[in-house]
Design a protein around this ligand. Structure first.
Ligand SMILES: Cc1cc2nc3c(=O)[nH]c(=O)nc-3n(C[C@H](O)[C@H](O)[C@H](O)COP(=O)(O)OP(=O)(O)OC[C@H]3O[C@@H](n4cnc5c(N)ncnc54)[C@H](O)[C@@H]3O)c2cc1C
Ligand code: SF4
Length: 370
């Protein structure tokens, strides 16, 4: 039997980047906010001390920061007529687990979408003709434009202290930056990180071929930084243990290093860690959310009522919670009907790797330093 907690204005499910930003904005508006997070509390001095922050066995091999199969077991099948089997070991997709979510163990590569990404259907049909997109391809324009989002990109980059070289400042192309990016209202808050030997060689070769290489924007501090909320970040030591690891230096942007120190001091914010939301509750009409049900680490079930329920558990778990709560029509890939779960993807970036003979690099090295 669920025990009932005092009602709040807002309940937020999952306290990663999305949940932290929503909590910050809504508490600033004076609302009483509670965030419920399934994983533990995490911070640099307690969880990523320099003595073991780079422990590869703990973080890389044993997945300390990710969801454990004994917490929530995923099953997977390629086709509807197969029996779904448990996923025992994570591959490319690593579901976060804990305060800060994926923001703790991301790399902090901080890209903006291109203006054309927001109007992809229009862009592709204008460029390649109406017959270019197959009929069953569901690509749509976003309904929000780059220009509308630009102030929010800018706010996020200044919150995170993003390091980079502007390529397009208020419509004027900047030397050394990405000439294809949308216009930005301000330069990055910090200069790009130092470039390694291979990066310098690569950029030189690309420039000689007429390309415009630029340093990747990153939330790994090229210098000490104090963000607009007054939170301090330290310069990166280039240890290289960003992805899958927490940063021991407060150098990698994360909810912990940018927002949470301010959020936890607010009287109208509460966070509950180690609590898993199992259901979104609806009123009698079935159209309005009244709160959520969650289970704490002792197995006790609770009901948190609220006027506003915000799902910020990441696309996969948002879908899972909607399905468990019987909200919306589930996607049926055979009949091609339903919305919940349709077009789900966990990653939208593609990349290419190349290998180069080291002897050639050494010759170039001599050439570069002569
Ligand atoms: C290893 C790795 C590296 C990455 N590197 C980059 C990068 O360099 N640049 C980039 O742009 N992106 C990167 N990403 C992606 C990026 O980290 C995520 O897109 C982003 O952090 C998502 O933020 P979010 O708040 O929406 O979701 P999440 O960070 O996933 O937060 C959701 C939170 O909800 C909690 N939760 C889930 N279900 C429940 C439930 N039922 N009850 C309570 N809590 C729940 C989770 O524990 C989690 O803390 C990376 C991701 C990974 C895994
Ligand atoms: S010190 Fe720099 S390289 Fe090392 S984890 Fe932190 S941000 Fe990443």
């Amino acid at each position: 039997m669920a025990r009932i907690l005092p009602k709040k204005d807002v309940v937020i499910v999952g306290l990663g980047w999305t949940g932290s930003i929503m909590a910050h904005e809504l508490t600033d508006e004076g609302l009483d906010v509670i965030a419920i997070e399934r994983g533990p509390w995490r911070d640099a001095p307690t969880d990523f001390p320099p003595s073991y922050a780079q422990d590869e066995l703990r973080y890389r091999i044993r997945h300390e920061l990710f969801l454990r199969p004994d917490q929530t077991t995923f099953t997977f099948r390629n086709k509807m007529d197969q029996t779904a089997l448990p996923i025992r070991s994570w591959g490319a997709f690593m579901p976060p687990n804990g305060i800060g979510g994926g923001g703790v163990h991301w790399n902090a590569e901080t890209w903006r979408f291109l203006p054309s990404d927001f109007v992809l259907r229009t862009h592709l049909t204008q460029r390649y003709g109406a017959a270019f997109l197959p009929e069953d391809m569901t690509i749509q324009d976003y309904g929000v434009t780059y220009d509308e989002l630009e102030p929010h990109y800018d706010a996020f980059e200044y919150l995170c202290g993003t390091c980079g070289q502007a390529g397009n400042l208020r419509g004027t192309i900047q030397e050394g930056g990405n000439p294809f990016e949308g216009p930005r209202s301000r330069p990055y808050p910090n200069p790009p990180q130092k470039q390694g030997f291979a990066h310098v060689l690569w950029a030189k070769a690309a420039r000689e071929l007429g390309y415009k290489p630029f340093p990747q924007p990153s939330g790994n501090m090229s210098q000490a930084y104090v963000n607009p909320l007054g939170v301090r970040m330290g310069p990166c030591t280039y240890c290289g243990f960003c992805e899958w690891f927490g940063c021991a230096n407060y150098s990698k942007s994360s909810p912990q290093t940018t927002l949470l120190p301010v959020l936890v001091r607010k009287g109208n914010f509460t966070a509950r860690d180690n609590c898993e939301v199992t259901k979104i509750n609806l009123d009698g009409s079935g159209k309005h959310a009244t709160g959520v049900t969650f289970v704490d680490s002792s197995g006790q079930e609770w009901e948190q009522r609220a006027d506003l329920v915000i799902l910020s558990a990441f696309a996969l778990f948002n879908v899972q919670l909607l399905l468990l709560s019987k909200i919306g029509k589930p996607y049926d890939p055979v009949a091609n009907i339903g919305v919940i779960g349709r077009n789900y993807t966990h990653q939208t970036v593609s990349s290419a790797d190349g290998q180069f003979q080291s002897v050639r690099l050494l010759r170039l090295d001599r050439h570069v330093h002569r």
